[in-house]
Unconditional design. Sequence first.
Length: 245
Amino acid sequence: MANQGLLLQVAFTPEELGTTVVQNARVVVLDVLRATSAICAGLHAGIRCFRPVLTTEQSLSLAEQGFIPAAEREGLVAPGFEVGNSPLVFREPRFQGTQIALTTTNGTRALHAARDAGASEILVGAFLGLEVLLQELHQNPRPTVLLGSGWQGKFSWEDTLLAGALAEGLLARSLGYHAQDDRVQAARSLWQNHRHDLRTAIRLSSHFARLASAGLEEDIDFCVQLNACPMFGRLVGEDLVPGWG
Ligand code: MLT
C-alpha cells in the first residue's frame, strides 16, 4: 500500500471538505479570482499580514486595532469600504507594512472552513507563486488537501485549474505523494489541457464573466501570471503572513 502519510486530496469547495481527511493534514486554500491571488500579491509587495474575517462588520471593527478594513462582495468593493480585493491595488506602495482585515465572498470562508475542520497547517496559494509553493510542499511533505474556494458553494473552474497544477507538480515528480480520489485526477487533467494558455483558459470561468463585466480584466490577467510574485501565505494564529522569504 502506498504511503498513507502523504495522501494528496482535492476538495472543490469548502462544503466538500467533509468528504476529505483533514485531521493532521495541511490545507492549501486556493482562490485564483481573486482572494488568495490578492493575498499572495499583497504579501509579496510588503503588506505585513491579512486577517481573514467572515463579515464586513468584523472587518470594520478591526480598524480599532490598526487594521485597514477591506471587503469584496459579488466581485465588487463592498458598500461602505474603500478597499476591496484587488491584487493590483494591494501592490500599491501605500499598503506596505500595513495589516489588512479582509472579508471576501468565498476565499475567506474557505480559510475559516479549513481552520474549523482541524487542519494542522493552512497555506494560501496562487499561480503568482506556484513554484515557491511547490517547493514548500516538496520540502515539508505531509498529507495535503488542495481546497478550492469555489463560488457560493459551487465548483470553480480556475481554482480547480490551480489545484491541478499543484497536483501535477507533486505527483509527476514522484515525491511520495499519492492520490486515491478522482478529484485529483480531474484537476490534473484540467491543468494538462490548459497549462499552455492560462489567459484563454481563465476566460472559460463564470467568475471571469462577473469580473470582466465590472471592468476588472486587468486583475484577471494579473492573477494568471505564473510565478510573477513568488509568495504564498501561511496562517499563523489569526493572521496570514508571508510563508516564503
Ligand atoms: C471571493 O472570495 O469570492 C473572491 O475573491 C471574489 C473576488 O474578489 O473576485
